[in-house]
Ligand binder design. Structure first.
Ligand code: 5GP
Ligand code: MN
Length: 321
């Protein structure tokens, strides 16, 4: 008999929920929302992420419970917003979890369907929207806590209901979450209008490196810049989202060198260009207009390779349209 999320959840007593490394608002919101919902069913839950929850999401209920060192045993794993097992990072690698069934909940078109059950909807705006569908299916009623976490996910990934994949269905999902008490204006303000000063200082440094090469705008972030600005997170502080607002660009790339030598490559594109294929070619993943990967090498080498691949993809996509 084919197994379902319902069967796996009913059988489970102690569930490990994991979202992706360097988590964004959808990863954190889905993780917390799903965690609160599983507690409503009387399940014991441990919420995990390999990296800390960014400060802007500390306002979400339960964010302080997310750990990078979950203590087993677990009889079920639920992954959220992860397109492949590597995206779970050290939490999965170091926790002896092989053999434990996985429910893979995601919305990335590049998802590798690595779960025992895969709940992947590439048409959904966010993993939070997929979680909401599952909760409805399981008959779990929403409360303000669950709703706030899930709306945080939808608002983040739709950039405030402005991305081309924002559908009537996603607006209706948001209305249901607001009806359950989720404060839309507060969430939007928190996600888009608040940021640590360190982020602004990092932009100030990184913006000096901005270059335009044909349709591609790019910038670099080094460990020295992060240190100088007191920026303790791994991401790009939202810089790629800012760069793609340049009228002259169709693709934006930020190369963030990590202290261990890896380079995190974050890409954005205008709606007529798809950068997810390039991310997949480099072993990463994402969405047509927002994708990324991580790679070893020097900043110069990686930049040359990635920009060449993006130019090639851009040319191919323009000649076929
Ligand atoms: P960001 O630039 O915000 O870090 O990531 C944009 C999108 O690309 C997100 O949907 C994220 O899940 C995906 N992404 C970023 N880095 C990686 C990566 O290293 N591997 C995979 N599979 N996806 C990534
Ligand atoms: Mn997402």
């Amino acid at each position: 008999m084919e197994t379902t999320p319902e069967v796996l959840i009913n059988k489970a007593q102690r569930i490990l929920l994991i979202c992706h490394t360097n988590p964004d608002g959808d990863a954190v919101g889905s993780l917390l929302g799903m965690g609160w919902a599983m507690r409503e069913l009387g399940k014991q839950c441990v919420l995990a992420c390999s990296d800390p929850v960014p400060p802007i999401y500390h306002y979400l209920p339960g964010s302080e419970m997310v750990t990078s060192q979950p203590q087993g045993p677990f009889d079920l794993i639920i992954t959220l917003d992860c397109s492949d097992l590597r995206r779970l990072g050290s939490v999965y690698e170091s926790s002896h979890l092989s053999g434990v069934p996985i429910i893979n909940i995601d919305h990335h078109i590049t998802n590798a369907n690595f779960g025992t059950v895969n709940l992947v909807d590439a048409k959904a705006t966010s993993t939070a929207e997929v979680v909401l569908g599952l909760l409805r299916h399981l008959g779990i009623s929403l409360n303000q806590t669950i709703a706030t976490c899930l709306l945080n996910g939808i608002v983040t990934d739709t950039r405030g209901f402005s991305t081309p994949n924002t559908t009537r269905k996603s607006m209706e999902a948001a209305i249901a979450l607001m009806d359950a008490g989720a404060p839309l204006a507060k969430i939007t303000d928190q996600v888009f209008n608040r940021r640590p000063l360190a982020d602004i200082r990092l932009w100030a440094e990184a913006l000096h490196t901005v270059r335009l090469e044909g349709p591609i705008i790019w910038a670099e972030i080094t460990p020295a810049m992060r240190l100088e600005c007191g920026f303790t997170e791994e991401g790009d502080a939202g810089l790629a989202n800012f760069l793609i607002t340049a009228n002259e660009a169709e693709i934006a790339v930020v190369f963030s060198q990590q202290t261990d030598g890896r380079i995190e490559v974050g890409m954005r594109s205008v709606p007529s260009v798809d950068v997810s294929t390039v991310a997949l070619d480099f072993g990463g993943g994402g969405h047509p207009q927002a994708a990324g990967f991580s790679i070893n090498g020097s900043l110069g080498e990686v930049r040359e390779q990635v920009i060449a691949a993006l130019k090639q993809a851009w040319l191919e996509q323009n000649s076929s349209s």
